[in-house]
Design a protein around this ligand. Structure first.
Ligand code: PGA
Length: 879
């Protein structure tokens, strides 16, 4: 690893040393020695020493039940500390952060080189829109209390990162670090109880409070500076390029714990938190804005000439309103029935108008420097967060709507909606949507499931303006799925103009997306209703689970491309909503590559994308990290809009069609057809044990009965990540490449695609990343320890396939070794392997012991959970 990383390496070893001291103090020298000898064995094993590898396996197999937990915890905690050091490196002024603002600056100068005028850039900036949707997806394994401690460790690292720090200060910081490491060691790292959806919603609010509240205005300030310096334009005060939406408390797809009541409560809590945060902002303005000079308009607004300090007066008035708003919302959160106060703040304009008037007056009176301080930050927060803090999306599965309508039509004696043809459904829905009378009888008592669907729509009807951002329909297949939701909204008295987004998430549904939308847009009534704006969600993980990564990513690309062209033709503004997970198997990729690999034109309607679990922590968990992630997003979107990736040639598309077909056949043959596959999956991975981890409020399966097909994409990927076979993220892809090279003679076309087409190049880069994280000897070890011998040949075949695939992919990228062009990531994975390997071996051992024992030994169970957390920390993601 080169010189640039030496500061990071010394942080890693310093934290490792502190952890070692803590362990020694807590458990004695013997345990520490054991951990240290395991680490050394692991290191030589990684270096290829077979004898030492065998010794490592023996040592771990022979650990007594009492030793298991401390050893697992030591490696897990070390990996968590390594992650902090890496994260700090990414924001340290002496590390990666030094190059952060340069990303935007470089982009602007590249644009100028390509003869873009300031006007072109200005227009693109005006259209910039980033909407990040924080989901409650159960992929964050670390407990909040530990995350909090890790954030504090990060703060200490940044305090230490100064050359002129005095000795006594350094001693203080080191003492604090020792405390934090000890606190973590003495804290249980595994949650005991499942969080409720409200806990999850609160977790989302905490991300806003602890990071984004600070990070968003700070990023906009930096963005503005870059714009002024490079392009000579300013970001208008009222610009609103970044917004946040949450699925926490709103996403009920397959999660019976998210009820209408929960959504109602989450909406209230969100308003309460916003009032609380704005109150803190306004307090600062009350103390800062003591200026006396003001425009006559502002004076009038503040109550006339006799008011000495008009800005302060205005801030005080708002403070009063925020107090009573907060008091009212607090009572409502507690369930009390109280009347809203006369000065309740419900509309962002109530905050914006007076504060913007202050801003204008300050600038008019020569105090721009003051206007552009705290006041501007608050104005930006009103635009980005507003009185709602985050908006909520509601998501529900299409069949739930069909069932609800079916129950209703049967009650009314109209027949069974579910049994009607698609044309009949559409006709019925359109008639009812245009009818003036309601369809639902007042005295009707539907089943609890149907009642829940209706009640959710009633919550939307009651919600304050704009606080529900969209209604997403998972597993959407046909136009009537969208119309059905519109009718349910109408029946509940909600605004039927609420964006209703079909989520296409199987291979077949992605392939049909264009024709479904074409049909919908051809309905005149619908066209008028949506006012030429349509949101469509693309499901990355479920399609990959359905068809394998290669076929799914091509289907996602084609669906997006077709929808963009369709909407262009129809004059409809399309917002593509990307349901990407954090891991590659669920569509994850670094922001820049992910955005540039989308079809040209895909970001014209702005970016709307999900952010999930541990990725929220890695990308937005600290203000500095949030600034850098937002800068990455902003520059990638501007780049994609101004310098769009090329339209693929027909020949490239045909190659992709072949790749897709061959890979999908192979993937499905294993996953669906081979009878041994599911038993193998269950035995070789901790799939069943994972369900015991109380990660989130949502069950691991859509339906409690049923096999792998009902398993959600997250645990599916999670399980294969743990045993390091990473199967869903590669199966089929390499074999398909080999096929088009060997059988179809397309090496030259692939070379061209790799060089010229970001979509394809990213696919190859992501495969390399997956291969680098996969591990053959570990996967083999899991097989031998856990799988019945009869199934070993299947595992062997898969591993052979993986080795073969690596060669095929390297033949395309012309690299000698995996990730040759991303040496830092390759290095980071290699560094972690020394710590992750013992956790993997231990996990296989613990799964073995746990599956053998009749009565669960809590030490074994606990240590097993810790190894799961540790491997996730080592891989930097879960599922
Ligand atoms: P979903 O998302 O199962 O909630 O659709 C899966 C994922 O994000 O991987």
């Amino acid at each position: 690893m080169n010189q640039q990383y030496s500061a990071m390496r010394s942080n890693v070893s310093m934290l490792g040393k502190l952890l070692g001291d803590t362990i020694k103090e807590a458990l004695g020298e013997d345990i520490l020695d054991k951990v240290e000898s395991i680490r050394k064995l692991s290191k030589s094993s990684r270096a290829g020493n077979e004898v030492q590898r065998q010794k490592l396996l023996m040592t771990l197999q022979n650990l007594s039940n009492d030793e298991l937990l401390p050893v697992a915890r030591a490696f897990n905690q070390f990996l968590n500390l390594t992650n902090v050091a890496e994260q700090y490196h990414s924001i340290s002024p002496h590390g990666e952060a030094a190059s952060n603002p340069v990303a935007l600056k470089n982009l602007f100068s590249r644009l100028k080189d390509k003869n873009f005028t300031n006007g072109d850039i200005h227009k693109a900036v005006e259209q910039l829109s980033i909407e990040l949707v924080l989901t409650a997806h159960p992929t964050e394994i670390a407990r909040r209390t530990l995350i909090h401690k890790l954030v504090e460790v990060n703060t200490c690292l940044s305090q230490l990162d100064h050359d002129d720090i005095a000795d006594y200060e350094r001693n203080n910081i080191m003492r604090r670090l020792r405390q934090l490491v000890a606190q973590s060691w003495h804290t249980d790292e595994i949650r005991k109880i499942r969080p409720t959806p409200i806990d999850e919603a609160k977790w989302g609010f905490a991300v806003v409070e602890n990071s984004l509240w600070e990070g968003v205005p700070a990023f906009l300030r930096e963005f503005n500076e870059q714009l002024e310096e490079s392009v000579g334009i300013m970001l208008p005060v009222e610009a609103n390029p970044i917004r946040f939406t949450s699925w926490m408390g709103g996403d009920r797809d397959g999660n019976p714990n998210v009820t209408a009541e929960v959504t109602r409560h989450a909406l209230l809590l969100s308003r309460w938190k916003a009032a609380d945060l704005f109150l803190k902002d306004i307090q600062i303005l009350v103390s800062e804005l003591s200026m006396t000079e003001a425009t006559p308009e502002l004076r009038a607004l503040a109550g006339g000439d006799e008011v000495d300090e008009p800005y302060r007066q205005i801030a005080k008035n708002l403070r009063g309103q925020l107090y009573s708003t907060l008091e009212y919302l607090e009572a409502r959160v507690k369930g009390e029935q109280v009347l809203p106060p006369a000065d309740l703040l419900t509309d962002n304009a109530q905050l914006w108008d007076p504060l913007y008037a202050c801003y204008q007056s300050l600038t008019a009176c020569g105090m721009t420097i003051i206007a552009n301080g705290q006041l501007l930050d608050t104005l930006r927060r009103i635009r980005s967060f507003g009185l709602q803090l985050v908006r909520i999306d509601v998501r529900q599965e299409s069949t739930r709507h069909t069932e609800a309508l079916s129950e209703l039509t049967q009650y009314l004696g109209l027949g069974d909606y579910a049994a009607w043809s698609e044309d009949e459904k559409q006709e019925f829905l359109l008639t009812e949507l245009q009818s003036r009378r309601p369809l639902t009888p007042r005295n009707w008592q539907p089943s609890p499931e149907t009642e829940e669907v209706f009640e959710t729509c009633r919550v939307i009807a009651e919600s304050k303006n704009d606080s529900v951002a969209a209604y997403v329909i998972s597993m959407a297949k046909v136009p009537s799925d969208v119309l059905a939701v519109k009718l349910l909204l109408k029946e509940a008295g909600a605004c039927i103009r609420l964006p209703v987004a079909p989520l296409f998430e199987t291979l077949e549904d992605l392939n049909n997306a264009e024709s479904v939308m074409k049909k919908l847009l051809s309905i005149e009534w619908y066209r008028e209703l949506i006012d030429s704006r349509q949101m469509v969600m693309i499901g990355y993980s479920d399609s990959a689970k359905d068809a394998g990564v290669m076929a799914a990513s091509w289907a996602q690309y084609r669906a997006q491309d077709a929808l963009i062209k369709l909407c262009d033709k129809e004059g409809v503004t399309l917002t593509l909503f990307h349901g990407r997970g954090g891991t590659i198997g669920r569509g994850g990729a670094p922001a820049h590559s992910a955005l540039l690999s989308q079809p040209p034109g895909s970001l014209k309607g702005g970016l709307r994308v999900t952010e999930q679990g541990e990725m929220i922590r890695f990308k937005f968990g600290l203000p500095q990290v949030a600034i850098s992630s937002l800068a990455l997003y902003a520059s990638a979107i501007l780049e994609a809009n101004l310098l769009p990736p090329p339209e693929p040639k027909q020949e490239w598309k045909s190659v992709m069609d072949s790749l897709s077909e061959v890979s999908c056949d192979m993937y499905r043959d294993y996953v669906r057809e081979q009878p041994d596959f599911v038993p193998y999956f269950r035995a070789a991975t901790p799939e069943l044990e994972l369900a015991k981890l109380p990660l989130g409020s949502r069950p691991a399966k859509r339906r409690p009965t049923g096999g792998v097909e009902t398993l959600r994409a997250i645990p599916w990927i999670f399980a294969w990540t743990q045993n390091r076979l990473m199967l869903p993220a590669w199966l089929g892809a390499g074999a398909a490449l080999k096929h088009v090279i060997g059988k179809e003679g397309k090496q030259a076309v692939l070379d061209e695609m790799w060089q010229q087409w970001p979509f394809f190049n990213t696919r190859i880069a992501m495969l390399e990343m997956v291969y680098a994280k996969a591990d053959l000897w570990l996967a083999e070890y899991y097989d031998h320890r856990l799988v019945e011998e009869r199934l070993w040949p299947l595992g062997l075949k898969l591993r052979e396939q993986l080795s073969e695939d690596i060669k095929s992919v390297l033949a395309v990228s012309k690299d000698e070794a995996l990730m040759a062009d991303l040496p830092w990531i390759a290095e980071s994975i290699a560094l972690r392997n020394v710590y992750t390997d013992p956790l993997n071996v231990l996990q296989a051992e613990l799964l073995h012991r746990s599956r053998q024992q009749e009565q669960a030994d809590p030490r074994v169970e606990q240590a097993l959970m810790v190894t799961i957390a540790g491997v996730a920390a080592g891989m930097r993601n879960t599922g």
